[in-house]
Design a protein around this ligand. Sequence first.
Ligand SMILES: [Cu+2]
Length: 174
Amino acid sequence: MPITSPEKYWWKPADKEEKIWISIALLWCLVLTIMMPLMHLIGTQNPSVNPMKIRPQDYRTVSEAFIEKYKVGEEQGIPVVEPPDGADVYLRAQMWTWTPILKLKKGVNYKFHISSVDLMHGFSLMPLVMNFQVVPGHDNILNMTPTSAGTFHIICNEFCGIGHHTMVGKIIVS
Ligand SMILES: [Cu+2]
């Protein structure tokens, strides 16, 4: 039995319904493309951080010094730190912790330095859904003023190994 080619249908003109869906998909792509830069200006989920370079070992040193200076306690082996008003705040990501736990005041502006000392992690502040990537070697500088009191959790949204799901940090605002 000879081998026969399948019916050639793919060069038939596109169906009307197919054309409608291609147009919708294209239009949606354009909307998303415009929304990406626009959300930086009007949205709050993707803060524009000021990235500076820092070697991971240097970041470890400065964040350890910050912890030493303002440590007020400990929770399950993680230091609890209460920095003074307007201080530089260091939040370190590493497999699989966010160090330290921060105690902040509502309405006070803090200059955050967020970086990783091993591999790439993702900063996701819940329940506010504020996100950005935390890359070793880059100090993400971000001015943040807590506007509401409560306990906020930071989860890692970049898969970083076997303990990824346990990587939860905490910011307590009073
Ligand atoms: Cu992680």
